[in-house]
Design a protein around this ligand. Sequence first.
Ligand code: PGA
Length: 260
Amino acid sequence: MTAGERRWLIAGNWKMHTTYEEALELAEAIQRRCPSLPNVEVILIPPFPWIVPLVERLRGSSIALGGQTCSAYDQGAYTGEVSARMIAPFCRYVIVGHSERRRLFGETDEVVAAKLRVALRYGLRPILCVGESLEEREAGATLHVVERQLRSACESLSLAECERVVIAYEPVWAIGTGKPATPSDAQSVAEWIRRWFVLRFGDVGKELRILYGGSVTAENAPGFFKAPDIDGALVGGASLDATQFCGIVEATQSVEARSE
Ligand code: PGA
């Protein structure tokens, strides 16, 4: 599968932002403004309480929903947790291993791997976030860190499971800082990630969708989308502004043809 054949994926991670009213307004504005494009999948990833009301609001639109995380457990006495099983009827995707979860909530590679498995078990498509911190980058350890994160979560997947996984390369130092990676740096890591998958999973690796995340805006998105191994974006801050977010969706169309 060539870059041109993989379907674009633009996912807006709202993090812990929006009141109920703001969430409904934002979803409606995005639905109104974003073009519905056959080769682009658009996903909104709101806080948990807004998922069910947004399913209602977005009925009839091509925009789907995702969860920001899920529990590593199936169900049971785990106060405060939300399971993959609970969100699966309402969501197509779920983020696992976002750096904010790893960094602020102590999620280890093992926990992330367990979340990925439980998400797959309940039919969700996990968006696995990988990426290095600034110190790791400065120490030249980027690929070492990304490989550790990939190996732990993905090494033992079956081919059928691997087909449902999306990878988001998100350098930690680029998230929420207004300082994105350069498209060529992001492309080299994305290319390396694809090679890692092709080595283990053959052609499924060629079909794998790899997103870039970290200070993506409507202005800088076209640069990332020209990169042959980047198939979309995981957008934080800019996903809270309908014009910005839809600009990123439209930016996919500015790319005429991507080479392998
Ligand atoms: P940002 O967040 O776009 O605000 O940098 C990206 C993310 O956390 O996925």
